[in-house]
Design a protein around this ligand. Structure first.
Ligand SMILES: Cc1ncc(COP(=O)(O)OP(=O)(O)O)c(N)n1
Ligand SMILES: Cc1ncsc1CCOP(=O)(O)O
Ligand SMILES: [Mg+2]
Length: 233
């Protein structure tokens, strides 16, 4: 059975070289996976295609070394070209996460095939209508948020009129109820947010800086996983 059929986005780590305070990315990914993170997304707005392929290869290797390649999903943000090039090099990468202005999901699905994981960021504008009515036949999950404003993604939650929208726990509970596919929520999420998020019924949370900027990423990742597991519905 491929990883798409047993996708676990309960604890989802997003990371790139610009997020790690100058530290190498791969050991931080290893720490997160060792701590129980179930999904990793390589995301960089500054790295070149070659750097992203290299980083994807390193991530795939550290996941393999933990013995969890069959249960931890490895995705690349935005870059279908990088996923295709990495796969061509024999790197085990499981799919892609795209947003509303990125490569369309039908193109991702066509090039990556039926076994790939394709995640899509939900729209900010009229989110609830969108989640209820969107065609989800080609995608595996929605990413949604932000919970708080965050410097990791300064444009997160900006509505069409330039107003910033953050999502309350009540709204996230509604999202979870309305969506026919799993929803993962992130954006400014820290340990203190996890108990209430876990009770909303969403499939998982995603974080960048809570782990990537921590003095002890492994310790922080373990606390996040433990807290999620002890509060989830
Ligand atoms: C899991 C997850 N959810 C949402 C996003 C945001 O994607 P996008 O809207 O395309 O913005 P960028 O990440 O590309 O800046 C995500 N990356 N992951
Ligand atoms: C990738 C992404 N998508 C929405 S917010 C965000 C960044 C979240 O980063 P952090 O966990 O550091 O706030
Ligand atoms: Mg994107």
């Amino acid at each position: 059975m491929g990883i798409r059929n047993k996708l676990d986005i309960s604890a989802y780590f997003v990371v790139g070289p610009e997020n790690t305070k100058g530290r190498p990315v791969a050991p931080i990914i290893r720490d997160a996976v060792d701590a129980g993170f179930t999904c990793v997304q390589i995301r960089s707005k500054t790295a070149s295609a070659r750097q992203l392929i290299e980083l994807t290869g390193q991530a795939s290797e550290v996941i393999a070394k933990t013995g969890k390649s069959d249960i931890v999903t490895l995705l690349v943000n935005d870059r279908l070209d990088v996923v295709l090039a990495a796969k061509k090099q024999g790197i085990k990468v499981d799919g892609i996460h795209v947003g509303q202005t990125d490569i369309p999901v039908d193109v991702c699905r066509e090039y990556l095939g039926p076994d790939a994981v394709v995640g899509l960021s939900a729209r900010t504008h009229e989110l609830f209508e969108y989640i209820k009515n969107a065609d989800v036949s080609l995608i595996d999950y929605f990413g949604a948020g932000p919970v708080h404003e965050t410097t990791t993604k300064p444009d997160s939650g900006l509505d069409v009129d330039g107003k910033r929208i953050t999502r309350s726990i009540e709204e996230i509970t509604t999202l979870s109820r309305l969506s026919s596919i799993p929803v993962v929520v992130g954006g400014g999420v820290k340990l203190a947010d996890i108990p209430s998020l876990a009770r909303t019924g969403v499939a998982g949370f995603f974080v960048v800086s809570a782990i990537s900027e921590a003095d002890d990423p492994g310790h922080e990742a373990a606390n996040l996983v433990k807290t999620w597991n002890s509060h989830k519905r």
